[in-house]
Ligand binder design. Sequence first.
Ligand code: BV8
Ligand code: ZN
Length: 256
Amino acid sequence: MTTETIPQIVYDKLIAARVVGAFTGAGISAESNIPTFRGDEGLWAKFKPEELANFNAFMKNPKLVWEWYSARKKIIHGAQPNPGHLALAELEEIIDEVIVVTQNIDNLHRRAGSTKVYELHGNIERNYCIKCGENYADEVILADELPPKCGKCSGLVRPDVVWFGEYLPQDEFAASEEAAQRSEVFLSLGTSGIVYPAASIPQVAKYSGAFVIEINPETTPLTEIADVTILGKTGKVLPEIVNTLRSIKRKGKNID
Ligand code: BV8
Ligand code: ZN
Protein backbone atom coordinates (compact mmCIF):
# COMPACT_ATOMS: atom_id res chain seq x y z
CA MET A 1 0.00 0.00 0.00
CA THR A 2 1.34 3.46 -0.96
CA THR A 3 -0.13 6.39 0.91
CA GLU A 4 0.52 10.05 1.87
CA THR A 5 -0.96 9.53 5.34
CA ILE A 6 -0.01 7.18 8.20
CA PRO A 7 -2.41 4.19 8.25
CA GLN A 8 -3.57 2.72 11.59
CA ILE A 9 -1.80 -0.58 10.85
CA VAL A 10 1.55 1.24 11.23
CA TYR A 11 0.65 2.05 14.85
CA ASP A 12 -0.85 -1.39 15.52
CA LYS A 13 2.31 -3.13 14.32
CA LEU A 14 4.76 -0.78 16.06
CA ILE A 15 2.94 -0.76 19.42
CA ALA A 16 2.96 -4.59 19.45
CA ALA A 17 6.62 -4.92 18.40
CA ARG A 18 9.52 -5.69 20.75
CA VAL A 19 12.24 -5.45 18.09
CA VAL A 20 12.19 -2.75 15.38
CA GLY A 21 14.91 -2.44 12.74
CA ALA A 22 15.56 0.64 10.59
CA PHE A 23 17.55 0.85 7.33
CA THR A 24 18.51 4.42 6.50
CA GLY A 25 20.00 6.22 3.51
CA ALA A 26 21.00 9.73 2.55
CA GLY A 27 17.36 10.88 2.52
CA ILE A 28 17.11 10.88 6.33
CA SER A 29 20.00 13.38 6.40
CA ALA A 30 18.61 15.58 3.60
CA GLU A 31 16.79 17.78 6.18
CA SER A 32 20.14 18.29 7.90
CA ASN A 33 21.19 19.97 4.64
CA ILE A 34 23.47 17.12 3.63
CA PRO A 35 23.02 16.53 -0.11
CA THR A 36 21.79 13.08 -1.15
CA PHE A 37 23.52 11.06 -3.88
CA ARG A 38 20.92 10.79 -6.60
CA GLY A 39 18.30 13.22 -7.74
CA ASP A 40 19.02 16.47 -9.58
CA GLU A 41 20.67 18.31 -6.65
CA GLY A 42 22.42 15.11 -5.51
CA LEU A 43 26.16 14.68 -5.08
CA TRP A 44 26.33 12.43 -8.12
CA ALA A 45 24.60 15.02 -10.33
CA LYS A 46 27.94 16.61 -11.18
CA PHE A 47 29.94 13.41 -11.59
CA LYS A 48 29.57 9.64 -11.53
CA PRO A 49 30.24 7.68 -8.34
CA GLU A 50 32.81 5.73 -10.36
CA GLU A 51 34.80 8.93 -10.84
CA LEU A 52 35.30 9.58 -7.16
CA ALA A 53 34.00 7.03 -4.66
CA ASN A 54 36.38 4.25 -5.69
CA PHE A 55 39.94 3.22 -4.90
CA ASN A 56 41.32 3.46 -8.46
CA ALA A 57 40.02 7.03 -8.83
CA PHE A 58 41.66 7.79 -5.49
CA MET A 59 45.04 6.36 -6.54
CA LYS A 60 44.82 8.14 -9.91
CA ASN A 61 43.93 11.53 -8.43
CA PRO A 62 44.05 11.54 -4.61
CA LYS A 63 43.89 15.34 -4.46
CA LEU A 64 40.60 15.49 -6.43
CA VAL A 65 38.97 12.75 -4.33
CA TRP A 66 40.17 14.46 -1.15
CA GLU A 67 38.77 17.81 -2.29
CA TRP A 68 35.37 16.12 -2.60
CA TYR A 69 35.62 14.45 0.80
CA SER A 70 36.96 17.48 2.62
CA ALA A 71 34.06 19.54 1.19
CA ARG A 72 31.63 16.86 2.45
CA LYS A 73 33.40 16.69 5.83
CA LYS A 74 32.89 20.43 6.26
CA ILE A 75 29.16 20.16 5.38
CA ILE A 76 28.76 17.24 7.80
CA HIS A 77 30.72 18.94 10.62
CA GLY A 78 28.29 21.86 10.34
CA ALA A 79 25.20 19.63 10.19
CA GLN A 80 22.87 18.83 13.09
CA PRO A 81 20.64 15.77 13.55
CA ASN A 82 17.15 16.67 12.24
CA PRO A 83 13.71 15.70 13.66
CA GLY A 84 13.84 12.43 11.70
CA HIS A 85 17.09 11.31 13.38
CA LEU A 86 15.81 12.51 16.77
CA ALA A 87 12.47 10.68 16.44
CA LEU A 88 14.26 7.45 15.53
CA ALA A 89 16.41 7.83 18.65
CA GLU A 90 13.31 8.58 20.79
CA LEU A 91 11.70 5.37 19.52
CA GLU A 92 14.10 3.58 21.90
CA GLU A 93 12.04 4.96 24.82
CA ILE A 94 8.90 3.28 23.45
CA ILE A 95 10.12 0.04 21.83
CA ASP A 96 12.25 -2.52 23.72
CA GLU A 97 14.93 -2.76 21.04
CA VAL A 98 15.60 -0.44 18.07
CA ILE A 99 18.50 -1.26 15.73
CA VAL A 100 19.62 1.26 13.08
CA VAL A 101 21.43 -0.06 9.99
CA THR A 102 22.70 2.94 8.07
CA GLN A 103 24.37 3.46 4.69
CA ASN A 104 25.16 7.01 5.80
CA ILE A 105 28.67 8.04 6.82
CA ASP A 106 27.65 11.25 8.62
CA ASN A 107 27.42 9.91 12.21
CA LEU A 108 24.12 11.78 12.72
CA HIS A 109 22.23 8.79 14.17
CA ARG A 110 24.69 8.49 17.06
CA ARG A 111 24.74 12.26 17.54
CA ALA A 112 20.89 12.14 17.70
CA GLY A 113 21.10 9.57 20.52
CA SER A 114 20.51 6.22 18.76
CA THR A 115 22.45 3.64 20.77
CA LYS A 116 22.54 0.62 18.43
CA VAL A 117 23.87 1.76 15.04
CA TYR A 118 25.59 -0.33 12.36
CA GLU A 119 27.45 1.68 9.71
CA LEU A 120 27.59 -0.39 6.51
CA HIS A 121 29.53 2.17 4.46
CA GLY A 122 31.93 3.50 7.11
CA ASN A 123 32.19 6.89 8.79
CA ILE A 124 33.53 10.09 7.23
CA GLU A 125 34.91 11.27 10.59
CA ARG A 126 37.47 8.43 10.53
CA ASN A 127 40.55 8.25 8.25
CA TYR A 128 43.45 5.80 7.95
CA CYS A 129 46.81 5.35 6.21
CA ILE A 130 46.54 2.91 3.29
CA LYS A 131 50.11 1.69 3.94
CA CYS A 132 50.40 1.18 7.70
CA GLY A 133 46.75 1.51 8.82
CA GLU A 134 47.45 4.35 11.28
CA ASN A 135 44.18 6.13 12.18
CA TYR A 136 43.81 9.89 11.80
CA ALA A 137 41.17 12.28 13.18
CA ASP A 138 39.64 14.93 10.94
CA GLU A 139 41.27 17.80 12.83
CA VAL A 140 44.69 16.51 11.80
CA ILE A 141 43.59 15.76 8.25
CA LEU A 142 41.82 19.01 7.49
CA ALA A 143 44.69 21.10 8.89
CA ASP A 144 47.09 19.53 6.40
CA GLU A 145 47.48 20.10 2.67
CA LEU A 146 45.54 17.62 0.48
CA PRO A 147 46.05 14.75 -0.05
CA PRO A 148 47.08 14.12 3.60
CA LYS A 149 50.13 11.91 4.19
CA CYS A 150 50.77 9.58 7.12
CA GLY A 151 53.01 11.05 9.85
CA LYS A 152 54.48 7.59 10.50
CA CYS A 153 55.24 6.18 7.06
CA SER A 154 54.23 9.04 4.70
CA GLY A 155 51.71 6.74 3.02
CA LEU A 156 48.47 8.21 1.61
CA VAL A 157 45.68 8.71 4.13
CA ARG A 158 42.10 7.92 3.00
CA PRO A 159 38.61 8.40 4.50
CA ASP A 160 37.33 5.32 6.34
CA VAL A 161 34.36 4.83 4.00
CA VAL A 162 33.41 1.89 1.74
CA TRP A 163 34.00 2.74 -1.91
CA PHE A 164 32.36 1.06 -4.90
CA GLY A 165 33.96 -2.33 -5.51
CA GLU A 166 35.08 -2.59 -1.86
CA TYR A 167 33.74 -5.07 0.65
CA LEU A 168 31.51 -3.87 3.44
CA PRO A 169 32.78 -4.36 7.03
CA GLN A 170 31.91 -8.02 7.56
CA ASP A 171 31.01 -7.82 11.26
CA GLU A 172 28.71 -4.80 10.73
CA PHE A 173 27.04 -6.51 7.76
CA ALA A 174 26.56 -9.80 9.61
CA ALA A 175 25.13 -8.01 12.66
CA SER A 176 22.80 -6.04 10.36
CA GLU A 177 21.51 -9.22 8.72
CA GLU A 178 20.96 -10.79 12.14
CA ALA A 179 19.05 -7.69 13.29
CA ALA A 180 16.90 -7.76 10.15
CA GLN A 181 16.08 -11.43 10.80
CA ARG A 182 14.92 -10.58 14.35
CA SER A 183 12.93 -7.47 13.50
CA GLU A 184 9.13 -7.70 13.83
CA VAL A 185 8.77 -4.32 12.13
CA PHE A 186 11.41 -3.00 9.71
CA LEU A 187 11.59 0.63 8.58
CA SER A 188 13.22 1.68 5.30
CA LEU A 189 13.94 5.40 5.64
CA GLY A 190 15.21 7.78 2.93
CA THR A 191 16.98 5.37 0.64
CA SER A 192 16.77 4.73 -3.09
CA GLY A 193 17.50 1.07 -2.31
CA ILE A 194 19.81 0.55 -5.29
CA VAL A 195 23.22 0.08 -3.68
CA TYR A 196 24.09 -3.53 -2.90
CA PRO A 197 24.73 -5.55 -0.84
CA ALA A 198 23.33 -2.95 1.65
CA ALA A 199 19.90 -2.88 -0.05
CA SER A 200 19.53 -6.63 0.63
CA ILE A 201 19.04 -5.88 4.36
CA PRO A 202 15.36 -4.79 4.11
CA GLN A 203 14.76 -7.87 1.93
CA VAL A 204 16.23 -10.13 4.62
CA ALA A 205 13.81 -8.52 7.09
CA LYS A 206 10.86 -9.03 4.77
CA TYR A 207 11.62 -12.70 4.06
CA SER A 208 12.17 -13.30 7.76
CA GLY A 209 8.58 -12.19 8.40
CA ALA A 210 8.94 -8.49 9.31
CA PHE A 211 6.23 -5.94 8.58
CA VAL A 212 8.08 -3.48 6.31
CA ILE A 213 7.29 0.24 6.40
CA GLU A 214 9.02 2.52 3.85
CA ILE A 215 9.11 6.31 4.36
CA ASN A 216 10.35 8.17 1.29
CA PRO A 217 9.00 11.06 -0.84
CA GLU A 218 9.07 8.79 -3.91
CA THR A 219 8.64 5.07 -4.53
CA THR A 220 11.82 2.99 -4.88
CA PRO A 221 12.70 -0.62 -5.78
CA LEU A 222 12.10 -1.39 -2.08
CA THR A 223 8.45 -0.29 -2.44
CA GLU A 224 7.82 -3.72 -3.96
CA ILE A 225 8.59 -5.50 -0.68
CA ALA A 226 7.12 -2.83 1.62
CA ASP A 227 3.79 -3.57 3.31
CA VAL A 228 3.23 0.18 3.59
CA THR A 229 5.03 3.01 1.74
CA ILE A 230 4.38 6.44 3.23
CA LEU A 231 5.22 9.09 0.61
CA GLY A 232 6.72 11.78 2.79
CA LYS A 233 9.82 13.25 4.38
CA THR A 234 11.29 11.39 7.36
CA GLY A 235 11.75 14.72 9.20
CA LYS A 236 7.97 15.12 9.23
CA VAL A 237 6.55 11.55 9.25
CA LEU A 238 8.81 9.97 11.91
CA PRO A 239 8.07 12.59 14.62
CA GLU A 240 4.34 12.21 13.89
CA ILE A 241 4.57 8.43 14.31
CA VAL A 242 6.61 8.65 17.52
CA ASN A 243 4.37 11.31 19.10
CA THR A 244 1.23 9.27 18.34
CA LEU A 245 2.85 6.06 19.65
CA ARG A 246 3.77 7.88 22.83
CA SER A 247 0.16 9.01 23.41
CA ILE A 248 -1.19 5.50 22.61
CA LYS A 249 1.27 4.08 25.17
CA ARG A 250 0.23 6.68 27.73
CA LYS A 251 -3.50 5.96 27.17
CA GLY A 252 -2.77 2.24 27.42
CA LYS A 253 -1.06 2.87 30.75
CA ASN A 254 -4.05 4.90 32.05
CA ILE A 255 -6.51 2.13 31.03
CA ASP A 256 -5.03 -0.75 33.12
C1 BV8 B 1 30.52 -4.46 -3.06
C2 BV8 B 1 30.19 5.48 0.81
C3 BV8 B 1 31.52 -6.59 -3.04
C4 BV8 B 1 31.14 6.41 0.19
C5 BV8 B 1 28.79 4.41 -0.88
C6 BV8 B 1 25.17 -6.66 -6.40
C7 BV8 B 1 25.78 -7.23 -5.29
C8 BV8 B 1 26.93 -6.68 -4.76
C9 BV8 B 1 27.47 -5.51 -5.33
C10 BV8 B 1 26.87 -4.95 -6.45
C11 BV8 B 1 25.73 -5.51 -6.97
N1 BV8 B 1 25.35 -4.75 -8.05
C12 BV8 B 1 26.21 -3.71 -8.19
C13 BV8 B 1 27.16 -3.82 -7.24
C14 BV8 B 1 28.26 -2.89 -7.10
C15 BV8 B 1 27.91 -1.70 -6.21
C16 BV8 B 1 26.51 -1.17 -6.37
O1 BV8 B 1 25.62 -1.53 -5.61
N2 BV8 B 1 26.32 -0.29 -7.34
C17 BV8 B 1 25.02 0.33 -7.54
C18 BV8 B 1 25.22 1.80 -7.89
C19 BV8 B 1 24.28 -0.44 -8.60
N3 BV8 B 1 28.14 -2.06 -4.83
C20 BV8 B 1 29.39 -1.98 -4.34
O2 BV8 B 1 30.37 -1.69 -5.01
C21 BV8 B 1 29.55 -2.27 -2.86
N4 BV8 B 1 30.63 -3.20 -2.65
O3 BV8 B 1 29.63 -4.86 -3.70
O4 BV8 B 1 31.58 -5.24 -2.64
C22 BV8 B 1 32.44 -6.66 -4.20
C23 BV8 B 1 33.77 -6.38 -3.99
C24 BV8 B 1 34.63 -6.48 -5.09
C25 BV8 B 1 34.14 -6.81 -6.36
C26 BV8 B 1 32.77 -7.03 -6.54
C27 BV8 B 1 31.91 -6.95 -5.47
C28 BV8 B 1 29.93 -1.02 -2.08
C29 BV8 B 1 28.85 0.00 -2.17
C30 BV8 B 1 29.15 1.15 -1.20
C31 BV8 B 1 29.52 2.37 -1.99
N5 BV8 B 1 29.68 3.49 -1.06
N6 BV8 B 1 28.98 5.41 -0.02
C32 BV8 B 1 30.62 7.82 0.21
O5 BV8 B 1 29.54 8.09 0.79
O6 BV8 B 1 31.32 8.66 -0.36
S1 BV8 B 1 27.33 4.33 -1.73
C33 BV8 B 1 26.29 5.64 -1.48
O7 BV8 B 1 25.01 5.21 -1.98
C34 BV8 B 1 26.02 6.02 -0.04
O8 BV8 B 1 26.54 5.14 0.92
C35 BV8 B 1 24.52 5.98 0.04
O9 BV8 B 1 24.05 5.78 1.29
C36 BV8 B 1 24.27 4.84 -0.85
C37 BV8 B 1 22.86 4.58 -1.23
O10 BV8 B 1 22.28 5.79 -1.63
P1 BV8 B 1 21.07 6.35 -0.72
O11 BV8 B 1 21.55 6.47 0.68
O12 BV8 B 1 19.86 5.52 -0.95
O13 BV8 B 1 20.92 7.80 -1.27
P2 BV8 B 1 20.21 8.26 -2.62
O14 BV8 B 1 20.61 9.66 -2.86
O15 BV8 B 1 20.42 7.21 -3.68
O16 BV8 B 1 18.64 8.21 -2.25
C38 BV8 B 1 18.14 9.11 -1.29
C39 BV8 B 1 16.67 8.81 -1.14
O17 BV8 B 1 16.16 9.69 -0.13
C40 BV8 B 1 15.87 9.10 -2.42
O18 BV8 B 1 14.98 8.02 -2.64
C41 BV8 B 1 15.10 10.37 -2.07
O19 BV8 B 1 13.80 10.37 -2.66
C42 BV8 B 1 14.96 10.25 -0.57
N7 BV8 B 1 14.80 11.52 0.14
C43 BV8 B 1 15.17 12.77 -0.25
N8 BV8 B 1 14.80 13.66 0.71
C44 BV8 B 1 14.22 12.95 1.72
C45 BV8 B 1 14.22 11.59 1.36
N9 BV8 B 1 13.71 10.62 2.14
C46 BV8 B 1 13.16 11.00 3.32
N10 BV8 B 1 13.12 12.29 3.75
C47 BV8 B 1 13.64 13.28 2.97
N11 BV8 B 1 13.59 14.57 3.40
ZN1 ZN C 1 51.26 5.08 7.50
